[in-house]
Design a protein around this ligand. Sequence first.
Ligand code: DGT
Ligand code: CA
Ligand code: CA
Ligand code: ZN
Length: 584
Amino acid sequence: MTKNEIAEVLVDIGVLLELKGENPFKIRAYGSGARILESMEQENVERLIEAGELDSVKGIGAALAQKIGELYTTGKLEFYEKLRASIAPGLVEMLEVPGLGAKKIKAIHEQLGIDSISELAKACADGRVAGLAGFGAKSAAKIAEGIKNREAYGKRHLWWLAQEVGAPIVQGLQKLSQVERAESAGSSRRGVETVGDLDFIVASSDPEPVMAWFCELPEVKEVTARGDTKSSVRFDSGLQADLRIVPADQFVFALHHFTGSKDHNVAMRQRALERGYSMSEWGLVPSEGEGTAKEKAERGESLPADSEEQLFAHLDMAWVPPALREGRGEIEAAAEGSLPRLLELGDLRGAFHNHTNASDGKATLREMTAKAEELGWEYLGIADHSKASFQANGLDEERLLNQVQAIRDQNASGASQTWVFAGSEVDILTDGQLDFADDVLAELDYVVASVHNAFSQDEAKMTARIIRAVENEHVTMLGHLTGRILLRREPYRVDVEKVIDAAIANQTIIELNASPWRLDMDWRLWRKAAERGLLCAINPDAHETSGLEHVAAGVNSARKGWLGAEHVLNTRPLDQVKQYFTSH
Ligand code: DGT
Ligand code: CA
Ligand code: CA
Ligand code: ZN
């Protein structure tokens, strides 16, 4: 196991011990052990384990060192397995309910004898949970809602993680000798932030071995349907995937059809009908004449298409990038030749909202800079948390100003090709004041302002709170507008249109937070907002070096929002960004 995998097990152990009501010192030792491991270099961890000296690291005692060693060498830990087995599975499952931690689960279990989510839902409804000491009606309602969300959310999967499963499968399919063409389709190809299932389309005249390869992939847990030309499977994570195999001359039509979206397809079929054709997954055939569309296609009556460009050309349209196929005006734009030139990953020259281990990140300023340099970035913005975010080890004024100095020194030393901008992700306090005074903010190159607490304020209060921050002359950009965590936490209540208006009026940027769990502000809002003059920054909100690569998820969402390079500050060269920060 790698040190990060080991750290995850340690965190798990801490949570399980808490469920059992173990001694808090013991619990904390696992959490801090995990953090120490994460902050160490993999090679150092390996060297110390092999020399039997891991317990010489401050914060790692002999017992913990033994467990880490066992995980490292065997990939397993007897203690952990016994611990898991000693706890009712229903209790472990309850940990997945948003808002329910180990402490609360333990209280519910001990005082109400509940050990399953379904019993817990009942106890929330009949007032038993509300009656527990330390709970109350509000928290019972919150838990009930968490259970409901978990059910709804359980059916979808984060695009970023689904991609990681899907991309190697497409590559594997493309390598099979029986496969002529293979592509991913569906919401995954369109880059929707969450996907229901993966869809793969293959062209082959010999489907049998292709189907066998797919259904027998090692990560497949269950084959839910298996046919000659269509199969469905489920992976360990619960994610499902469909594979359809078609003859080569149908491939483009099937790919287009199963890429969707439904709304896009409906509009395309309508346009085909206006031209005397019926369009389907089988082909583009004359609407007149004998038989169904499928029969006509099989008789070879379809217009030919070797590429999606040709398919669109048959309907007098330019090729529509999959990102735009949501039935939001792309048909008209493709017909009149006014599709936008969409942002690309290569357009980015840096990013602004990133953390270091000065607050809750894992990497040092140097390490983050080195990673940015490796990505070829001209600049990197560091915006650690401010003091009100004590849970994230936010910086006070003194630590912030020390960090600013360290950044200035690093830039002056010429040690890196990547210029670092000194910023802060300053908390927007409950009344809209900022966590730092104006004279402190004035020391920074730029300021990201974000809400991190009091999420349950009513809409009017929250809207006024955020707008007050947007109006502050030192605030360069607004962080994660709605605070949503995809599949886990609903956005807080805020009038986004009013905030967008205020941002435009005050020339404040709104970020597109590129963390695959956030993608906030949502792509559905960007096209109109950008047309009205809102400027975007694509910000990975990285908490470790690899997090910088999440800009790819942000670019993906920006494309869905019809954004081009001209709408995004971090496509501009360094000198222009410097100038922007000086003048805004
Ligand atoms: P998902 O999986 O829920 O994230 O969303 P999609 O878009 O991947 O939907 P999925 O997997 O059910 O089907 C893939 C595409 O196939 C969908 O975007 C459009 C097309 N499609 C599927 N069923 C229908 C249908 O009943 N009518 C139309 N017009 N298109 C369909
Ligand atoms: Ca799908
Ligand atoms: Ca599907
Ligand atoms: Zn934040």
